[in-house]
Design a protein around this ligand. Structure first.
Ligand SMILES: NC(=O)c1ccc[n+]([C@@H]2O[C@H](COP(=O)([O-])OP(=O)(O)OC[C@H]3O[C@@H](n4cnc5c(N)ncnc54)[C@H](O)[C@@H]3O)[C@@H](O)[C@H]2O)c1
Ligand SMILES: O=C(O)C[C@H](O)C(=O)O
Length: 332
């Protein structure tokens, strides 16, 4: 329907998706185009970045996107050149990277994937729109985000984030099943640290029915079942599916950016540390965050008990080691 003279016509938001021909890309693009990322009144222009060998497959996905006749989709471009893909981008979803195979940890991918994120960070620095927001999904996500951010010195560091929303959603689901409550009853869930097996899903600040979640489950379940189930869920999915999570990862990416843009009282996201909670400045670590006015802000003032302190410190130590490793590789 044509808009009337009095209706403001919204300029399409340019959303760049890397790894567009991959598994997550396939689960993600249709949801972005349907309005689930930015809202039902925001037109989007998709920019798909792929390696040359996968451009044809991305073209096939674009044909399918066309065939959906999404009212909000104002255009699709496909390229293997990051400088083109990020030109004028408002939102960048950095998905394109190799997934791990059974028996690997996500950090084992640093050598294979780290090199992707420096050039992409530079292209974002040189070409993206002033309001660019970046979510890194490709693993190891926190340190890849750090590499991109360090290669984009002109972009405010806070615009670079990494995805721990899948871990957050997994934690909600596991706790809801244990307590036999709807996920909507759970408030203030938090993932701290790295998107890795050292991550710390925290039930000492989570609340169910207004009461601390950790007090509603037994300590053994919390330590021996809940934490490892959430932290190792990615490996369990790989074991079961023979491929890494895709639709749930795409869903988490939608949740992350949707809440970043539209606001939320409390979620988990890996953001650049300002030193809060003893996390060394500059590391991209998961925190409890709120979002307002298009900005994430680390929720302050939480008391950290000794058990949680130890877990957070262990995950943050791993992030510091990964930062050192990419320094040694000359990636930052
Ligand atoms: N943070 C999370 O919670 C989370 C969750 C699931 C998966 N992941 C990670 O997301 C990444 C993608 O997973 P997938 O299942 O979609 O993998 P996939 O192998 O199906 O797709 C990856 C795609 O990226 C493309 N690609 C590779 N290098 C590229 C580059 N330089 N520029 C653009 N595209 C490039 C490949 O051609 C491929 O099409 C993996 O690293 C995986 O481990 C992260
Ligand atoms: O675990 C993986 O390697 C994929 C992804 O990071 C996940 O958490 O499912």
């Amino acid at each position: 329907m044509a808009s009337s003279a009095t209706e403001p016509v919204k300029v399409p938001v340019k959303v760049t998706v890397t790894g567009a021909a991959g598994q997550i890309g396939y689960a993600l693009l249709f949801r972005i185009a349907s309005g689930q990322l930015l809202g039902a009144d925001t037109p989007v222009k998709l920019s798909l970045l792929e390696i040359p060998a996968a451009v044809k497959a991305a073209e096939g996905t674009a044909m399918e996107l066309d065939d959906c006749a999404f009212p909000l989709l104002s255009g699709i471009e496909i390229t293997d050149d990051p400088n083109v893909a990020f030109d004028g981008a408002n939102v960048a979803l950095l998905v394109g990277a190799m997934p791990r195979k059974a028996g690997m940890e996500r950090g084992d991918l640093l050598g294979a994937n780290g090199g992707i994120f420096g050039p992409q960070g530079k292209a974002i620095n040189d070409h993206a729109a002033d309001d660019i927001k970046v979510l890194v999904v490709g693993n190891p996500a926190n340190t890849n985000a750090l590499i991109a951010q360090q290669n984009a010195p002109d972009v405010p560091a806070e615009r670079f984030t990494a995805m721990t929303r899948l871990d957050h959603n997994r934690a909600l689901s596991q706790l809801a099943a244990k307590l036999q409550v709807p996920v909507t009853e759970i408030k203030h869930m938090t993932i701290w640290g790295n998107h890795s097996a050292t991550q710390y899903p925290d039930l000492f600040h989570a609340e169910v029915g207004g009461k601390v979640a950790a007090e509603q489950v037994d300590g053994d379940w919390l330590r021996e079942t809940f934490i490892p189930t959430v932290a190792k869920r990615g490996a369990a999915i790989i074991e079961a599916r023979g491929a890494s999570s895709a639709a749930s990862a795409a869903n988490a990416a939608i949740d992350h950016v949707h809440d970043w843009v539209n606001g939320t009282e409390w979620t988990s996201a890996a953001v650049v540390s300002d030193g809060s909670y003893g996390v060394p400045e500059g590391l991209i670590s998961s925190f409890p965050v709120r979002a307002a006015g298009g900005r994430f802000e680390i929720i302050q003032g939480l008391e950290i008990d000794p058990f949680s302190r130890e877990r957070i410190d262990a995950s943050v130590r791993e992030l510091a080691e990964e930062r050192q490793a990419v320094k040694d590789l000359g990636l930052i």
